[in-house]
Design a binder for this molecule. Structure first.
Ligand code: GRF
Length: 213
């Protein structure tokens, strides 16, 4: 399966995917990395892994739709079958979603639907929750909405600060995202439309787990 990873920043989730692919744990190939920022560390990671990468700057497009149309043509040119948003700080439009129906994934550092949007780890820390975590979900038109594919819970410790909590969630993100991509590569993921909201069904797999204590 040919995947694209869309990034804006440090790209540690991209690195986890590249490492899983290199270790032979992923029946997927990173066919393209796209960044909306020219200085993203993620581009260096792509380069070092000999993976094709592109900068598509949102500043070069008048509308979100025009930007997404440029993304779609790049993704199509590279034969991409699954699009993974990994720290991609852009809201995507129906232009991208219609081109890849139920094939756009996002990773978010909270147990959605709690704490959508920016700084989810800070939101969780400030709310004083005892458990937070990370979520991989299919992207729909909303902000961090869309059918949940998998989640890992992370316990908030008494001595945590925002940084330590963020770091432990990130460790779990790096485990969860390649696992979910592998489910897609194996064709294990289906959507059940029969019970109100669309629900993800993953054949033979637990969709929720607890991170390391
Ligand atoms: C991650 O916390 C991810 O959940 C969020 O943005 C961050 C990206 O980190 N969407 P990285 O660029 O993968 O290091």
């Amino acid at each position: 399966m040919r995947i694209a990873v869309l990034v804006s920043g440090s790209g540690t989730n991209l690195q986890a995917i590249l490492d899983a692919a290199r270790a032979g744990c992923l029946e997927a190939e990173v066919a393209l990395v796209v960044s909306n920022k020219a200085n993203a560390m993620a581009l260096t990671r792509a380069h070092e892994a000999h993976v094709p990468s592109l900068v598509v700057s949102h500043k070069d497009y008048a509308t979100r739709e025009a930007y997404d149309a440029a993304l779609v043509s790049a993704l199509r040119e590279h034969g991409v079958e699954l699009v993974v948003l990994a720290g991609f700080m852009r809201i995507v439009t129906p232009v991208l979603l219609a081109a890849f129906p139920n094939r756009v994934l996002n990773i978010h550092p909270s147990l959605l639907p709690a704490f959508p949007g920016l700084d989810a780890q800070r939101q969780a820390f400030e709310a004083g929750v005892a458990v937070t975590g990370c979520t991989v979900h299919l992207v729909d038109g909303g902000m961090d909405t869309g059918p949940i594919v998998a989640q890992t819970a992370v316990v908030v410790r008494g001595d945590d600060d925002e940084a330590t909590l963020r770091a432990r969630i990130l460790v779990e993100e790096h485990r969860l995202l390649p696992r979910v991509i592998q489910w897609f590569a194996r064709g294990l993921v289906t959507i059940d439309h029969g019970r109100g909201v669309p629900r993800v069904v993953v054949a033979g797999q637990a969709r929720g787990s607890f991170g390391e204590p």
